[in-house]
Ligand binder design. Structure first.
Ligand SMILES: [Zn+2]
Length: 279
């Protein structure tokens, strides 16, 4: 064994120490989320089944593929009463990552799990388990995002309309500063006053139109409350951007600033129907 004075260490000792520290490190540190990358056939299958992808610019498509890998590495999918296949998980992830193309994966840091039911679920379900115990639970409608809780989706609904996924993801973004109230955490470059003015005016106008029995410009579900107004507006923003820009230009402008995207440049209207899914 060669030593280099009192404070010298042999190569062997240094290597032993390294091995020891690495072993400790492996035990003490949580394993980093393994990067997940879609292989080329998976990506090609996704491009074929999710219509918005082929309308993205090359840079946006690259960013989407990266976000999808990050999302798959960090989020847990659970099928409730259905076996969720990899292509279904990938399809959900693609829609979920569209709003955060430029916001980054950390915008979804407050929640972990995506629960997928086979079909639209009743608001209240009762069932008897194998042990004969009676259960009763309130479960959400087509899709629901709870603050910091799981995002709940129904496969039949999202296969018929992928915009439902963007709707639910918008609620989780909205929750980013506490309440789900139609006011997500805005970047410093945006004016909170301008956001509030635009959304308050459009929301009040929609409610007035409905009260007068007039045909509303957007889905009347948006009149439920400001959080639903935002989520519904985001569905139009990403998938009927030409229409939203014409009908509610102030809302389009605010959303373009927030998401840092201009979907009307992709196409005025973008299908959200999964090929092969029932209408
Ligand atoms: Zn909603």
């Amino acid at each position: 064994m060669t030593t280099r004075g009192h404070f010298g260490y042999s190569e062997r000792m240094i290597q032993d120490l390294r091995n020891l520290l690495q072993g400790l490190g492996r035990r003490l540190l949580p394993a980093p989320a393994a990067p997940v990358t879609l292989n080329d056939p998976e990506w090609a299958a996704l491009c074929a089944s999710v219509p918005f992808i082929e309308l993205l610019s090359p840079d946006e498509a690259l960013a989407l593929r990266e976000r999808i890998g990050q999302f798959l590495a960090r989020k847990t999918f659970k099928g409730i009463g259905l076996e969720l296949l990899p292509w279904q998980r990938n399809m959900i992830t693609a829609y979920a990552c569209l709003p955060i193309l430029h916001l980054g994966i950390d915008a979804y840091r407050d929640w972990q799990t995506v629960l997928v039911y086979p079909d639209t679920f009743a608001p209240e379900q009762e069932w008897v388990d194998e042990a004969g115990v009676h259960h009763q639970a309130v479960v959400p409608q087509a899709g629901e995002a709870w603050e910091r809780g799981p995002v709940v989706l129904s496969w039949n609904d999202i296969a018929a309309d992928g915009a439902v996924i963007v709707h639910e993801m918008t609620h989780t973004l909205d929750a980013g500063n506490g309440d789900v109230n139609g006011f997500p955490p805005l970047p410093e470059s945006m004016s909170a006053a301008d956001w509030t003015a635009a959304f308050s005016a459009a929301y009040e106008h929609l409610r007035e139109e409905l009260e007068r029995g007039r045909e509303p410009a957007i889905d009347p579900y948006a009149a439920t409350d400001p959080a639903e107004f935002l989520a519904v507006a985001c569905e139009y923003f990403f998938f009927a951007p030409g229409y939203l820009r014409d009908e509610l230009p102030e809302i389009y402008l605010q959303l373009a600033g927030y998401f840092r995207q201009e979907p009307h440049l992709r196409a005025p209207e973008i299908s959200t129907h999964l090929p092969g899914a029932a209408a």
